[in-house]
Design a binder for this molecule. Structure first.
Ligand code: GLP
Length: 241
């Protein structure tokens, strides 16, 4: 696990966006795994700038998002569909037909989850996966537990995640209690992974992760220690607390 410590959020975002840019330069039809949340917003802003000012071309790129709340409409302002559209997709030249986000309103989620993993495989697998990290160590919506799902699955969110994400909703009661998320195995199959974390709130979990000494399902991000190509990019606040 490689670690890059940047001075602040802006530098972290630029570094992450440049890694994505370099991968697209190497492979214009890159299969890119994307995350939501506050953390990658700066990276997406920088990607938009690179597209508008430096001609970064997304026309052949395919994206797969990590997760989506269950029971939420695609056009709901708190859905990850809406987030991706407004935060990134509307501002770059990506083909909407090449963007995939789990559908939180499907009738048969089990079947759908299997199809999502199959579709990733069909597109050649994820070349570069962008990850954030929850304060409790979750990646995507793989919450700390006795066991973690290998493939894309429907999961219950923990109280701490519901609490953390309530800042995006009018009230905590409106936060969905379940989500569809790519599993740990789906994430680990990505050829390259970048995990981003900024701010003091992430300092505890980053300190645990960067001990790099134990793998535990109680800290789902620790499984990434088994992956051959992970870069953790943090700002000084997340690194030093
Ligand atoms: C969310 C998402 C994750 C994200 C994490 C951190 O609930 N499901 O994919 O990485 O929690 O979010 P944030 O970047 O807002 O701190």
């Amino acid at each position: 696990m490689k670690v890059i410590v940047e001075k602040n959020y802006e530098e972290l975002s630029k570094t992450a966006a440049n890694i994505i840019k370099d991968e697209i330069a190497k492979k214009p039809n890159l299969v890119l795994g994307l995350a939501t949340g506050s953390t990658p917003e700066g990276t997406y802003r920088e990607l938009i700038r690179l597209h508008k000012e430096e001609g970064l071309d997304f026309s052949q790129v395919t994206t797969f998002n990590l997760d989506e709340y269950v029971g939420i409409d695609k056009d709901h302002p708190n859905s990850y569909h809406y987030y991706m559209k407004t935060t990134l997709f509307d501002h770059i030249n990506i083909d909407p037909n090449n963007t995939f986000i789990p559908d939180g309103k499907v009738e048969n989620p089990e079947k759908y989850c299997k199809e999502y993993d199959r579709l990733i495989e069909e597109k050649g697998g994820i070349d570069l996966q962008v990850l954030g990290i929850g304060e409790n160590g979750h990646i995507a919506f793989n919450e700390p537990d006795e066991a973690l799902n290998v493939g894309t699955s429907v999961v219950n969110l923990t109280e701490s995640t519901i609490q953390a994400n309530s800042r995006f909703f009018d009230s905590i009661d409106q936060v969905p209690k379940t989500a569809i998320t790519m599993g740990i195995g789906s994430i680990m199959k990505a050829k390259k992974i970048i995990l981003l974390a900024n701010g003091k709130k992430k300092a505890n979990v980053i300190k645990e992760l960067l001990k790099q000494d134990k793998i535990t399902t109680k800290l789902p991000a620790s499984i990434l220690l088994l992956h051959p190509d992970v870069t953790v990019i943090v700002d000084e606040e997340a690194y030093n607390g």
